[in-house]
Design a protein. Structure first.
Length: 208
């Protein structure tokens, strides 16, 4: 009976969590990796339509504050989909738009927009803005979500003319972070049960 509390604790213990940040330099920047259907670090990427690349250098050095080449990059008229191996309670990333103008988080803003829209797998939608810095060549922003677990997200981008009169044709995405609670390992549970069995068989003393 003394083993019962230990067994219950083993069953109730949370599994290990997979947490990490993808910086898109994991494979270098050559050759370019087509992001459509690419799976790595617990995430599957898909992009429609047009080509997008996991390891694209877009010239962020001296032109961006948040992102560092290489980044995930593609045309702004496409949609980037993320699918997690395990539902994630966090989604965060830095975003670049090829624009030297501020782009608002709403179509009703003075600078047009939204710069990007994120639709989570649970149907909740968020819109964000991007802002250039002095001397920069990109408009940048940060998206951050923390809450109920999600299995993925779809990200779309502003694709049109910014307030400077130039077309916004390309996006970049960097520093993708997520936290995925994984199920308890069967191997870990088996090891725990084995330890219980060995404890049960261990003699407590000699009888005379």
């Amino acid at each position: 009976m003394r083993l019962l509390p230990l067994f219950v604790l083993l069953l109730a213990a949370p599994g290990t969590s997979g947490a990490g940040t993808i910086t898109f330099d994991e494979f270098g920047n050559s050759p370019l990796i087509d992001v459509n259907g690419f799976h790595t670090h617990g995430v599957t990427f898909s992009f429609t339509s047009g080509p997008a690349f996991y390891s694209q250098s877009v010239g962020t050095a001296g032109n961006a504050l948040l992102s560092v080449d290489p980044v995930l990059s593609g045309p702004t008229n496409g949609v980037l989909n993320l699918t997690f191996d395990y539902s994630s309670t966090l989604l965060q990333f830095d975003i670049l738009l090829l624009s030297i103008a501020t782009i608002d988080d709403s179509i009703d803003g003075l600078n047009g927009g939204p710069a990007y829209t994120v639709v989570l797998s649970n149907g909740v939608s968020f819109s964000g803005s991007t802002t250039p810095y002095i001397g920069g060549g990109y408009s940048e922003g940060v998206f951050s979500y923390s809450g109920a677990p999600i299995s993925g997200a779809a990200i779309s981008f502003f694709s049109g003319m910014d307030m400077s009169g130039l077309p916004v044709t390309d996006f970049g995405l960097d520093n993708l972070s997520f936290v995925s609670p994984e199920p308890v390992s069967f191997f870990g549970m088996a090891g725990g049960l084995l330890a219980i069995g060995m404890t049960k068989r261990r003699p407590t003393g000699r009888q005379s």
